[in-house]
Design a protein around this ligand. Structure first.
Ligand code: XMP
Length: 325
C-alpha cells in the first residue's frame, strides 16, 4: 500500500525522467482513472501534456462540460474536446444488438481519438489511467482465464497504431489508492468518488437502437435519480450514493399508458438500478429506502416529459448482469 504524500513526488520525478521534453497525449473519459492520471501528469510536465476528450454523445448529463470545467478552466490543462456525437448516432442508427453497439462505439472512439491525435505530430507518448487490477485482468485474459460475457470497450490497440510509447503512472495502484491520489492532487471529491461508468456509456443503457431523443430522456432521468441518492443521507452523513457501488437509470423503449391531469399519456419507461458489490463480478440489488425511490420516481415522471413510468430493478448478479446490455 502506498502512502500518497510519499507517492506523489516520486511519481512526478519518474514521469519527468521518462518523458524528458517530449509531448504526451492522454484520453480523458470522464472516469476516475484517466482524470487522476491527467492531474498527476499535468503536475509533472504541465503544458507538455495535451488531453483529448471525445464527446460521444453518450455521456451523462453535463458530463462533458464538467470535464472541461475541472481540467481546462480550473487546472489549466490543455484539453481538445471533440464533439463526435453526430458520428456516433449516425453509425448506431438501426443497430439494436448490444455487442454490435459496443463494437461500433469502440471503433469510432478509436478513430476519433486517432484523428485528433494526428493533429499533435510532436507527441511521443500516450498516457493511460491503467491501474493495477487492469494489469492483472489483461494478464488473465491472455492466459485465457477471463470469461467474456460482454466485450469490454478498450483502447488496447491505440499506442501501436499511433506509434506512441505508453505512459502509465498508476500501474501500481489499487482503486482506493487512485482515489486518495486524486484527492491529494486536488480533484473534486465528487469526481474522485464517482461510480464507474461503462466505456460504451449510455449506448448500453438505452435498450435496442440508440436514438438521440432517447438519450436525452435517459440523461435527465438518470441525473434526477443520482441527485436523490446524493441527497438521502444517513445519521452519520453518508449518502446513499456513497453506500451503493453503482447506480443509474436504464431507458426501455417500451410505451405504457398513464394519466396526467385530464389526459391520457402513452410514454416510455425507465428502470432504476442500484447495486452493492465490491468486485462487480457478483452484485446484490441495493435495498434502497422506499421514500427515496418514491421521490426519484415522482420527480422523474413530473420533470421528464416523455416518461410516465418508473420501475426498480431487483435482480442480482448472477444471473442478471449489472448493466441491462
Ligand atoms: P456487468 O453488466 O457485466 O457489468 O455486470 C460489470 C461492470 O462492468 C461495467 N461494464 C462495462 N465497462 N465497457 C466498460 O468499460 C463495457 O462494455 C462494459 N459493460 C459493463 C459495468 O458498468 C459494471 O461496472
Amino acid at each position: 500500500q502506498w502512502n500518497m504524500p510519499e507517492f506523489v513526488p516520486q511519481a512526478i520525478q519518474r514521469i519527468r525522467d521518462q518523458v524528458g521534453k517530449d509531448e504526451v497525449i492522454l484520453g480523458l473519459s470522464g472516469g476516475v482513472d484517466s482524470a487522476v492520471a491527467a492531474a498527476l501528469i499535468h503536475r509533472a510536465i504541465g503544458d507538455q501534456l495535451t488531453c483529448i476528450f471525445v464527446d460521444t454523445g453518450l455521456l451523462r448529463l453535463n458530463e462533458g462540460d464538467q470535464v472541461m470545467e475541472t481540467f481546462a478552466k480550473h487546472m489549466g490543462v490543455k484539453v481538445d474536446r471533440v464533439n463526435a456525437s453526430e458520428d456516433f448516432y449516425r453509425e448506431l442508427k438501426g443497430v439494436a444488438d448490444p455487442e454490435q453497439k459496443r463494437k461500433i462505439i469502440g471503433r469510432l472512439f478509436v478513430e476519433e481519438f486517432q484523428r485528433e491525435a494526428k493533429k499533435l505530430p510532436k507527441a511521443k507518448w500516450l498516457a493511460q489511467g491503467t491501474i493495477y487490477p487492469d494489469v492483472i485482468e489483461s494478464a488473465g485474459a491472455k492466459t485465457g482465464k477471463a470469461v467474456t460475457i460482454k466485450s469490454h470497450h478498450n483502447v488496447g490497440g491505440l499506442p501501436e497504431s499511433l506509434h506512441l510509447k505508453l505512459l502509465e503512472p498508476l500501474r501500481e495502484l489499487f482503486k482506493d489508492e487512485v482515489r486518495s491520489l486524486g484527492l491529494e492532487l486536488g480533484l473534486p471529491r465528487e469526481m474522485v468518488f464517482r461510480h464507474p461508468f461503462p466505456g460504451p456509456g449510455l449506448g448500453v443503457r438505452i435498450l435496442g437502437e440508440v436514438k438521440p431523443e432517447h438519450a436525452d430522456l435517459l440523461r435527465r432521468a438518470d441525473a434526477i435519480f443520482i441527485d436523490e441518492l446524493r441527497k438521502a443521507k444517513d445519521a452519520d452523513g453518508t449518502s446513499w450514493y456513497d453506500k451503493v457501488a453503482q447506480a443509474f437509470a436504464v431507458f426501455l423503449p417500451v410505451r405504457s399508458v398513464g394519466v396526467m391531469g385530464d389526459g391520457r399519456t402513452y410514454d416510455y419507461v425507465v428502470a432504476l438500478r442500484a447495486v452493492q458489490t465490491t468486485d462487480f463480478m457478483t452484485a446484490h440489488w441495493a435495498e434502497l429506502p422506499y421514500d427515496l425511490l418514491g421521490r426519484a420516481s415522482s420527480r422523474i415522471i413530473n420533470e421528464v416529459r416523455g416518461i410516465n413510468r418508473v420501475t426498480y430493478d431487483i435482480s442480482s448478479k448472477p444471473p442478471a448482469t449489472i448493466e441491462w446490455e
